[in-house]
Design a protein around this ligand. Sequence first.
Ligand SMILES: [Zn+2]
Length: 61
Amino acid sequence: MHCPVCHEQMKIKRKDVSYNRARPTTYDRTLYHCANCDSWIKTEVPLKEILIQPDLQQPAS
Ligand SMILES: [Zn+2]
């Protein structure tokens, strides 16, 4: 991850998992910090492969 402000390489400060009950989807959450300009970026990527969602299964087409 590169900083969108100063384009320096950002450092991962924290990695954890978040859960969105409205979806419902589990996200792999990562917090990045730029030491150069002190910007923070949080990414939340859905873990579709890991979470089993029997209610959301689509019928085979
Ligand atoms: Zn920066």
